[in-house]
Design a binder for this molecule. Sequence first.
Ligand code: KDG
Length: 321
Amino acid sequence: MPDIVALGEPLVQFNAVTDGPLRHVTYFEKHATGSEANVCVAAVRLGVSCGLITRLGTDEFGLFIYNWLRGEGVDVSHIRFDPERPTGIYFVQRNYPIPGVSDVLYYRRGSAASALNPNDVDPEYVGSARVFHTTGITMAISDTARSAAFRGLEVARSRGVTISFDVNYRKKLWPHIEDAVSVLSKALSFVDIVFLDEDEAGLLLGVSAVDEVFKELRSRFSINRIVLKLGLKGSIAYWDGRIVKVDAFRVPVKDPIGAGDAYAGVFLASILKGYDVERAMRRASAAAALVVMVRGDEENLPREEDLARFLEGYGRQVDLR
Ligand code: KDG
């Protein structure tokens, strides 16, 4: 059984090859993505086993995603195919209208994964993992997927499995912000490890100063393992009483989408491999930096040797010949 079991929707991403508004873009590159799937691939590339619970269409895009995950070594035994519904897709517009920022257009309503439901959550599978991971995206895509996510949280909690949750607030998926606040807050009450950024903290907790975020998450939700992502300012964690800050690596950004998943996947895998929190954060930051340098979310997710080379060579003039 896998060390990590994740639950969520993989998506095919069509990433604009050129910058600017999509109405003027002619060429798109196809990539396999989706937050929880990215986390799985990040983990397995570092040798930590991961399985994904999801649903895919029987269309070409579903087969593309399935082959990707299977080829990477993700456990696909809990992926179901739905002949009636399509695999979700989305388009990425880069560097417009805000330089360095990507926008997305989702075509995922009624997707196969939006039909995820609590019956997809096998208690034996979730219960035998070391970590169960899901995100706020799964809570947003449909009522049944949300119920599946909560079922996963309940099973994990009752079986003593560590619960990892990335808030991943996507405003385009939540027509009513107050629903997001109430659902994501309910999710936080299950969580052992949370990943969030300052905006998400502001939304859910009404505070964004680091010490207040930690205080709120600890006192209101009893979470003692918190990773707060600060973008270019790096990341800071509260970890069982210890506060650790790690700088971000400055790299040329092609497309920032996927950085958070790279961070979460590499962080979790590193913790499971026995790294202390500071080294896990540094490795996670390195992975996030690698991922933003290319279009797509997963191509630059590192193996151990890539991470080592990045961490050793960053900021230095290195001759790789
Ligand atoms: O974190 C990257 C993901 O956001 C991206 O791959 C698409 O899963 C996705 C989503 O739902 O936004």
